[in-house]
Design a binder for this molecule. Structure first.
Ligand SMILES: NC(=O)c1ccc[n+]([C@@H]2O[C@H](COP(=O)([O-])OP(=O)(O)OC[C@H]3O[C@@H](n4cnc5c(N)ncnc54)[C@H](O)[C@@H]3O)[C@@H](O)[C@H]2O)c1
Length: 446
């Protein structure tokens, strides 16, 4: 592949800039509430050594950042294997991580794997922990391989892109629990001290009963990786993965899932149904695959509480990454990674200044749990939030009211007919190279 690896991750951050961020991060065990009292049945790390070996699967922007963060915890961590669909990305990422953490990288050529089966080779090494940062369409199969190989896991959100994928994740997690494997998921905001504090106050009734939420992920959008002449259709789609549902789930699933996860966390559960609308107005060219560029969804929780959710990827519009809870006695506003405020009747507002970002803390928490031999599994709530976002997409694509059961029992499987470079993905370009997108009222979306 001639393309220079794109150094930006889907959240727009650059792996190289994380070194500055790492200096500012704390090592607080902010997710201590997640740590149960259960001792692991076997030593979490290499026998007779205090070192944790990690293997990275998915060597893009986030994978590179996540590996550096894992290597920056208080634990003695070494990167020993790397895998990516594309060889140039493995080598690019290796160089970035080596620059940031020269003493913590031991990945000779024979432990750098590329291709669509590279993940299997990484799980066959003697790594103790695998860090999975591939497009979410691959998450279920890669989680399965890691659990079968008896590895502890950090994996990025979202956990799947369709109903069959979420069901598989939940099944495999049962096996992970039986094997006492630790499972961390990249909902990093659940590890931010500010958000932990604000959510605790909301659970204690700081704004009374929640009546509704508003949640936004409005931005300019992310990278585009145009087709190269030598690519098969499968290579093209895997490389330009953001724009294909079987790989990303659409941006409501890929990014807005963060906001939906916060609302579910505050609410202590997931919505029971959704209706919505969306479409594409700006991203209509051949580089943009089949996904929408805007979605607006009304979710409903079991007690009738509503969640009004908006996500848009269109330049030059109002941008916002924020979650807002409105209660019977006040409101809470969580904007970006700072500017948090609770305003309640008859009380002085409580404000938070920009606090630590959870990307480092989530790795600190995982390795602290491993060192302490404590149970730690974030998979089920993360699967719920991933399914919430998929439910939203099902609603905007179908134009119908979709229930949680519809989504959970959905047989709509977005996967291709195989996982080789000559396999055939379901999305097919039209005569102008443009991929058709969902048509509400017509498309079978769940
Ligand atoms: N939690 C966060 O804040 C956050 C931020 C950014 C990205 N992410 C998540 O991280 C994941 C990756 O995003 P990114 O921004 O790093 O994208 P990216 O495109 O930069 O990296 C993905 C990498 O995975 C590789 N890949 C694709 N298919 C593969 C396969 N089958 N096996 C092995 N490697 C494969 C790609 O070649 C690429 O190098 C996504 O799930 C995204 O949602 C999370």
């Amino acid at each position: 592949m001639n393309e220079k690896p794109n150094q930006k991750s889907t959240d727009g951050s650059r792996a190289t800039s994380r070194r500055t961020f790492l200096k500012k991060s704390t090592t607080t065990v902010a997710g201590a509430a997640l740590l149960g009292g259960m001792n692991l049945s076997r030593s979490a790390h290499a026998k007779g050594s205090d070192q944790f070996k990690i293997a990275l699967i998915g060597c893009g922007g986030r994978g590179t950042g996540a590996a550096i963060q894992a290597l920056s915890t208080k634990a003695n961590v070494k990167l020993i294997a790397m895998a990516d669909a594309f060889e140039d990305k493995v080598n690019w990422s290796h160089d970035q991580i080596k620059k940031a953490k020269p003493d913590r990288v031991d990945v000779p050529k024979e432990r750098r794997f590329s291709g669509l089966d590279a993940y299997k080779k990484a799980t066959e090494t003697d790594a103790d922990v695998v860090v999975i940062c591939t497009p979410p369409g691959f998450r279920p199969m890669q989680f399965e391989a890691a659990v079968k190989a008896g590895k502890h896991i950090f994996m990025e959100k979202p956990l799947a892109v369709d109903g069959p994928g979420i069901r598989k994740i939940l099944d495999i997690n049962k096996e992970a629990k039986k094997k006492n494997l630790l499972v961390a998921v990249g909902f990093h905001m659940r590890h931010e001290p500010n958000r932990i504090e604000i959510v605790k106050k909301l659970h204690e009734g700081a704004i009374g009963d929640i009546k509704f939420f508003r949640a936004y992920f409005n931005s300019n959008g992310v990278w585009v990786r145009p087709r190269q002449p030598e690519q098969t259709e499968m290579q093209y789609q895997v490389n330009n993965w953001y724009y294909f549902n079987w790989l990303s789930g659409d941006h409501i699933v890929e990014q807005h899932v963060h906001d939906l996860d916060i609302c579910n966390w505050v609410k202590g559960g997931h919505p029971v149904k959704a209706n919505g609308m969306g479409g594409r107005q700006f991203r209509i060219g051949k580089d943009y695959g089949e996904i929408f560029d805007h979605h607006s969804v009304e979710f409903e929780y079991a007690d009738g509480t509503r969640l009004f959710s908006y996500c848009r990827h269109i330049p030059n519009c109002w941008s916002s990454f924020s979650q807002h809870a409105h209660g019977t006695k006040g409101e809470a506003n969580m904007i970006g990674h700072g500017n948090m405020k609770i305003t309640a009747e008859g009380k002085d507002p409580i404000k938070w200044r920009r606090g630590s970002d959870g990307h480092q803390i989530e790795h600190d928490d995982l390795f602290a749990a491993l060192l302490a031999g404590k149970h730690y599994n974030e998979c089920d709530s993360s699967a719920d939030s991933s399914m919430t976002a998929i439910l939203g997409r099902m609603a905007t694509y179908s134009g119908k009211i979709v229930t949680w059961e519809d989504a959970m029992n959905s047989k709509l499987d977005l996967s291709p007919d195989g996982y080789a470079w000559n396999s055939t993905p379901q999305p097919k370009p039209g005569p102008e190279g443009i991929y058709p997108c969902a048509m509400p009222g017509i498309t079978k979306a769940f």
